[in-house]
Design a binder for this molecule. Structure first.
Ligand code: FA5
Length: 372
């Protein structure tokens, strides 16, 4: 015979009565149905499924029942808790679906609405070409040199053997600065960097100087008042025209690749002797000098009918210039060339005229990406 069940507490066990369990379930189902938010459901779950909920307390009382009553009470409470659990899960799914469809409406994005976009800028192809050329020469052991855009008239002209009355001084239409006797000009070419370099450095000298230059030229297909040149200067013992041709060939190879049609012809610059000019074949008439206009040939306006466009000037540095810079022409000789970067870009990419290059429309620059 077993002794009396001392844990048996008739008051507590009342919670296991079918009516009490049904009431707890009904109360829980009403509360669950009444919640209108996921936060509310969380509170209902704690109240009706949590450790202190009536059904959890009832469950705990099962242990106090006599063994013969445990199975039935356990089944009753288990089923009750199952119903509450299912109701919570169903309401949770309902509330989540409502939340998701509300978010879809509230956070709807109309991808067709025009936006205030800030497009990325682009580096101007002139800058990219200048950089690429300078880098190529640096790769061959040359140094980059610089000079100011506001230049001493003496360095821009006189030191380059262009004295005040020299007729060639008129070759480059100049922006002078007020007052006229200030002795300052907006540099008309990058050649004064030659003088600055020779005054500063001892031979051997191998420098490349890209930069902006200014002339009172009208804007047309092949001219602009503000443009860019790249100047190359080499001073060493024993340099000849053959070295100059080699340097120009290297430049043309780097810039335009093999098969580019260029030509050299004799020319005149007071600071080089002898001098020559490098031309490239006209991008508009492809060297013909004329263009077909409705069956009849008219003179090509881009190249003036010559079929060629001037790329740059060059020559052996004049002995007078070497001497003025303190370099002995009996020991050293040198060559220099100066090319128009806008013209180089026209040839390389078939840009049809200066206008596109000076207008500053970012869509023009974007075509070239970050590398040309
Ligand atoms: C000179 O400026 C000489 N300093 C070049 C030189 C350097 C000769 C070293 C000898 C030794 P020129 O005035 O020809 O030369 O100009 C050189 C190049 O600049 C031209 O061949 C052309 O490609 C470019 N150029 C000249 N004027 C313009 C312009 N208005 N717009 C765009 N490019 C121009």
């Amino acid at each position: 015979m077993s002794g009396p069940n001392t844990n048996y507490d008739p008051v507590e066990v009342a919670a296991l009565e079918p009516a009490a369990v049904d009431a707890a379930v009904a109360h829980a189902l009403r509360a669950i149905a009444a919640v209108s938010s996921l936060e509310g459901l969380k509170a209902a779950r704690i109240a009706h499924q949590g450790e202190k909920s009536p059904l959890a307390l009832a469950n705990r009382e099962i242990g106090a029942l006599p063994p013969s009553a445990k199975a039935e009470a356990g089944k009753r409470v288990g089923q009750a808790r199952g119903r509450v659990g299912q109701a919570i899960a169903a309401r949770q799914a309902q509330l989540e679906a409502e939340r998701d469809s509300r978010i879809l409406v509230e956070e709807r994005v109309d991808v067709t609405v025009p936006t205030l976009r800030r497009p990325l800028g682009a580096r101007h192809p002139i800058e990219l070409v200048a950089q690429r050329l300078a880098d190529s020469f640096v790769g061959m052991g040359w140094e980059v040199a610089e000079g100011p855009e506001l230049e001493a008239e003496w360095l821009n002209f006189d030191a380059l053997n262009l004295g005040p009355d020299h007729p060639a001084r008129q070759m480059q239409d100049t922006f002078f600065l007020d007052p006229v006797d200030s002795g300052l000009v907006l540099r008309t070419h990058t050649s004064p960097v030659q003088i600055r370099t020779m005054l500063e450095k001892e031979p051997p000298i191998y420098v490349v100087a890209p930069g902006k230059v200014f002339r009172t030229d009208e804007l047309d297909a092949t001219h602009t008042p503000v443009f860019h040149q790249i100047e190359c200067l080499a001073i060493d013992a024993g340099l000849t025209m053959a070295h100059l041709r080699g340097a120009i060939d290297a430049f043309v190879q780097i810039m335009f690749g093999a098969g580019t049609r260029t030509r050299v012809r004799a020319s005149y610059f007071p600071f080089t002797e002898p001098s020559m000019e490098t031309d490239f074949v006209c991008f508009a008439c492809h060297g013909a000098g004329s263009i077909d206009a409705g069956g009849s040939a008219v003179q090509c306006r881009t190249c003036g009918g010559s079929g060629w466009i001037e790329l740059g000037g060059s020559g052996m540095v004049n002995r007078k210039v070497l001497r003025a810079c303190g370099i002995d022409p009996e020991v050293y000789s040198g060559f220099a060339f100066g090319l128009g970067i806008e013209r180089a870009l026209m040839l390389r990419h078939g840009v049809q005229g200066m206008h596109e290059m000076v207008e500053g429309d970012v869509r023009f620059s974007q075509q070239f990406g970050m590398e040309v």
